[in-house]
Each structure stands twice: as structure tokens, then as C-alpha cells.
Write a protein that binds this ligand. Structure first.
Ligand SMILES: Cc1cc2nc3c(=O)[nH]c(=O)nc-3n(C[C@H](O)[C@H](O)[C@H](O)COP(=O)(O)O)c2cc1C
Length: 367
């Protein structure tokens, strides 16, 4: 069996180790969704990760409702991402873009006052993030079939833009209660047409989108991220195992680059629920079933520490581990894990502030 520190091949390229950087929204772009020069430095500092999965990047204005988050739908954004990917490559790293449509979680403030879109006209619980602070989520417009096809085209456009920005590939954000989750889960999808109802119909949108992107840029440049056992932002399912096994099987047929599954690491399974999580831990853990259904490179995330990560790769439960919070405050996470050094804790206050502090200011280990 390989170890966490061995290389792994993903489609057309090789990653130098199996410690991946999980997507982390950090709000360092302009209001127009153009990443600032700090973004280049931030990812370059973390280029020893086997693979960087970028922060979520909006595919359209319609799909992006997070203050100062980046997009990749226009040329200004494409041009600003290119120096980021080139810098990571200059440091011998690999980076893919995580593509994001937030669906009903976009507040109308971002949309000139019009409603956001979703599979079904039901508002999410809690509050949206806006430039003026938290505001209640709005009731979304239920997408018709022509509009769904339009969003698939938007994804294809964004994926092509990502290739033009010289990313090594893309990951579809199909986790955490965003648009794909809003279609897959029956708590927020009560449609009765081809895109709702049975598990097969609820997964049609993600499968069609992945197929369309694979046709455009190559299946071996496409990954997806799902969170079946971590129901977030009002997206819960009565048949999660069936729905996500179908997704994994469809991804195998299309031949995507890797499947990433968020599921609590062993050390987390005994403790209290993370904030904003519903139904914890009443949801069955199904990563092993999804790995068996997918058969290709399999990545897990959520709460992994050194011990759990090394064991998961050694036991063949995963081919690579994505680390989120540890990469915020440990740019040299790979070296720290390899040498069993202590990890620095991240500062919550600077997670979504716009400056260098708490973003590019964390030092590498000095001994
Ligand atoms: C500040 C912050 C921003 C995040 N942004 C994203 C994101 O853009 N896309 C995504 O899929 N997950 C996002 N997540 C979730 C992380 O990728 C990861 O799944 C989560 O932190 C659990 O992994 P960890 O225990 O290694 O931190 C974010 C988490 C944090 C703490």
C-alpha cells in the first residue's frame, strides 16, 4: 500500500504526495470577483500540497453570493487567475479550480433585487451573507428545464475559462447545500419532472453537467466533491445512500479524475456536531460504499489529523486526504506532517477579512 507521502497520478498529471489542500473560501477578491494579487502568494506558499483545490469560484454572477469571493465567468477574472496557476506551477505544484453555483443561497442583493434560483421554490433556513451583514434567505425561483440547460452551459463556459487560466482541471462543488445539493436532496427538491422525484431524477442535473464539461475539457480534468453524511444549509435526504451511490456509479462511467467525499474522520465520529450541521450523526457513513462504486481515485475530507490520514491511506480507505483548516495556518503542512511537527492554529477573526493578515502571514516552521 502507498503512504500519505507517495505520489499519485490523477488523469494527465502526477501529484507529488497525497496531502491535498481542501477548497477554502477566503474573500480576497474584489466585489467584481477578480482575485487580488495576494491570492497568488497565498497559493504559492501552499504549493507543496499534492494538489490544491482552489476556493470556490463563481460560475456566474447569478451563482455567487459571498462577499469578496472570486468568479471565473469573464476575461478580467480569467486573466487574474492565470498568474496564480503559473506561480503554483513554478513551485512544482498542481491546482484545480472549484466551480460554484450557490443557488438559493445567493441573496437578491447580489442580483439587482431579483430572486435567486434553485430546484424548488423553498427558502433556505438562516441568513445569507451580504455586504451589509446577514439577511434572511429569499424564496428562490424554481428553474425550468430550459434554464437548467442554461446553467449547464454556464458551467461548461466556466470550465473552459479555467483551462484558459491554466488550471490543471476543475472540481464541481456538489457539497454543503449549494445548487447541486439543492437538486440531489429531497428536503429541498420536490419537483415532479425529469429533475426531481426519484434518486435517478434528482441526480440528473449533476450527471448531465459533468458529462457536458467532460465533453468540453476531458473527463480526466474533472472532479466532484460531495457531502452525503454532512447535511448542511437545509439540504437533507431520505435516501442519501441510494442517491450518492448513483452519483458515484455515474462518475465511474464518465471516467472523472477523482471523487472527493466529505465525511467525519474517525477522531470526529465520537464528538459533538460542527456548527450549522443538521441530523448529526444520524446519517449513515457511506464513503466506503461510494469508493467501491466509483473505483477511481478517492479523496476524503473533514477533520483528518496525521494519524487518521496515514491510517486511511495505509488501509486503502482513501487514495488521498484533503485538509482544510490545517492549511490555513500551516502553509508547509506537508513538511510538518512528514516530520511530525506541531501544527499552528488558525485565527478565526481573519478568515474572511480582505488583507494579508491571517492569509499570507502564517510562517513556515522555523524549528
Ligand atoms: C474558512 C473556510 C472556508 C471554506 N470554503 C470552502 C469552499 O470554498 N468550498 C468547499 O467545498 N468547502 C469549503 N470549506 C470546507 C472545507 O473545504 C473542509 O471541507 C472543512 O473545513 C473540513 O475539513 P478540515 O477538517 O480539514 O478543515 C471551507 C471551510 C472553511 C473553514
Amino acid at each position: 500500500m502507498p503512504t500519505l507521502f507517495d505520489p499519485i497520478r490523477l488523469g494527465q498529471f502526477e501529484c507529488s504526495n497525497r496531502i491535498f489542500m481542501s477548497p477554502l473560501t477566503r474573500s480576497r477578491a474584489s466585489r467584481e470577483g477578480v482575485p487580488s494579487p495576494l491570492v497568488r502568494e497565498h497559493y504559492a506558499q501552499r504549493a507543496t500540497a499534492g494538489l490544491i483545490i482552489s476556493e470556490a469560484v463563481g460560475v456566474t454572477r447569478q451563482g455567487l453570493g459571498w462577499p469578496f469571493a472570486p468568479g471565473i465567468w469573464n476575461q478580467a477574472q480569467v486573466s487574474a487567475w492565470r498568474p496564480v496557476t503559473r506561480e503554483v506551477h513554478a513551485h512544482k505544484g498542481r491546482i484545480i479550480a472549484q466551480l460554484w453555483h450557490m443557488g438559493r443561497l445567493v441573496h437578491p442583493d447580489y442580483l439587482g433585487g431579483t430572486a435567486p434560483v434553485s430546484s424548488w421554490a423553498i427558502a433556505a433556513p438562516d441568513n445569507a451573507k451580504t455586504y451589509e451583514g446577514p439577511k434572511p434567505y429569499a424564496v428562490p425561483h424554481m428553474l425550468n428545464v430550459a434554464e437548467i440547460k442554461g446553467i449547464i452551459a454556464d458551467y461548461v463556459h466556466a470550465a473552459k475559462n479555467a483551462m484558459s487560466s491554466e488550471f490543471d482541471g476543475i472540481q464541481l462543488h456538489a457539497a454543503n447545500g449549494y445548487l447541486f445539493d439543492q437538486f440531489m436532496r429531497d428536503s429541498c427538491n420536490q419537483r415532479s419532472d425529469d429533475y426531481g422525484g426519484t434518486p435517478e431524477k434528482r441526480t440528473r442535473f449533476i450527471v448531465e453537467t459533468v458529462q457536458a464539461i467532460a465533453d468540453a475539457i476531458g473527463a480526466d480534468r474533472v472532479a466532484i466533491r460531495v457531502s452525503p453524511a454532512i447535511p448542511l444549509q437545509g439540504c437533507v435526504d431520505s435516501a442519501a445512500e441510494e442517491v450518492f451511490t448513483r452519483v458515484a456509479e455515474a462518475m465511474r462511467r464518465i471516467g472523472i479524475m477523482f471523487l472527493e467525499v466529505r465525511e467525519p474522520a474517525p477522531n470526529l465520529r465520537k464528538v459533538t456536531p460542527p456548527p450549522h450541521t443538521t441530523n448529526w450523526p444520524a446519517v449513515p457513513l457511506i464513503a466506503a460504499r461510494l469508493k467501491a462504486a466509483f473505483k477511481g481515485p478517492f479523496v476524503v475530507n473533514t477533520g483528518y489529523d496525521r494519524t487518521d490520514a496515514m491510517a486511511a491511506v495505509a488501509n486503502g480507505e482513501a487514495d488521498a486526504i484533503a485538509f482544510g483548516k490545517p492549511f490555513i495556518s500551516n502553509p508547509d503542512l506537508v513538511a510538518r506532517l512528514a516530520n511530525n511537527r506541531p501544527l499552528a492554529q488558525h485565527d478565526l477573526a481573519t478568515l474572511y477579512t480582505q488583507g494579508a493578515e491571517g492569509y499570507t502571514s502564517y510562517p513556515a516552521w522555523k524549528g
